[in-house]
Design a protein around this ligand. Structure first.
Ligand code: SAH
Length: 273
């Protein structure tokens, strides 16, 4: 096999710049000894550096494209890492390294980068570190501080469990084919807390409901959630006084993670029997 033709539907933009590839691989150098899962190795540009830094025994590759998998089997040096041919979004991450925690890395398929992070969150206790490249817009979103325009659902839900650092920006010219957007490399480190301090399912609903109407004040955007919660509990209640509090004239991007946790606890109390 001479060449893997990049497939748009799989978000394939292969790196052509070895300096950038090595810089991305180096973002995990602080975690030597921790096994590594690479998502979407493609033709192995990043993989070769991960192999050099961590060794084949500590590396597993997850790639959905059978053509790329065939290329890797033909071209990667021996001994080769284990290759899982399949969809990362369906992988049970607690089975990859026999339940051991591992670092996640990749030049991620941009079309599913948010879903990759949601999948990682499901298995957060198995993934203490994660780094890699994604479209700059999403990188800015997940790293966004409260009060910034780019803050969104993923900023809050990831920062609840991870410290996020925006590392560096990468121009489109270092890929084949070049993507339409700029790229960026980020690093996420698990923050050590194992309790978010509130009902996590309710928190997710609060965050999603609030950001789905991000221009609205919380008192407006959250109102339908109260109706839903009351309907689920089979009761009717008047929440006018709760919704009138001054804190709820704010918009979702203004709240810190801690303020979302407090708000979730307030809502849980307000809607309790
Ligand atoms: N790491 C390579 C390729 C990056 S392009 C490089 O830097 O050159 C993104 C890669 O993710 C492609 O190889 C694509 O086939 C793969 N991919 C896309 N969706 C995937 C999924 N759901 N699970 C695993 N890999 C996926």
């Amino acid at each position: 096999m001479e060449y893997v033709k990049p497939k748009k539907a799989l978000g394939q933009h292969f790196l052509t710049d070895m300096t950038v590839a090595e810089r991305i691989a180096s973002t995990l150098d602080a975690y030597k000894g921790v096994p590594v899962l690479e998502i979407g190795p493609g033709t192995g540009v990043l993989t070769q550096f991960l192999l050099a830094h961590h060794g084949a025994d500590s590396l597993v590759l997850a790639e959905i494209d059978s053509e790329s998998v065939a290329w890797l089997r033909e071209h990667l040096p021996q001994p080769q890492p284990r290759i899982i041919e399949g969809d990362f979004l369906r992988l049970p991450l607690d089975t990859i390294f026999g339940g051991r925690p591992f670092a996640l890395i990749g030049n991620y398929p941009y079309n599913i980068s948010s879903q990759i992070f949601f999948h990682m969150l499901e298995y957060r206790d198995h993934v203490p570190f994660c780094s890699g490249m994604l479209q700059r817009e999403v990188a800015e979103r997940i790293a966004a501080a409260p009060g910034t325009r780019t803050r969104g659902i993923l900023s809050v839900l990831l920062q609840l469990w991870y410290d996020v650092r925006y590392l560096f920006t990468v121009p489109p010219g270092v890929f084949n084919p070049p993507p339409k957007v700029k790229s960026a490399v980020v690093r996420l480190t698990r923050n050590g807390s194992d309790d978010c301090g509130c009902d996590e399912r309710l928190l997710r609903r609060v965050v999603k409901t609030a950001f789905n109407q991000r221009r609205k004040m919380l008192r407006g955007s959250l109102k339908p959630l109260f109706a839903q919660l009351d309907a689920e509990a089979g009761r009717a209640a008047d929440h006018t006084a709760f919704l009138a509090q001054a804190a709820l004239t704010r918009r979702p991007e203004q709240l810190s993670v801690k303020e979302f946790v407090d708000l979730t606890n307030d809502i849980a109390r307000e809607t309790a029997q």
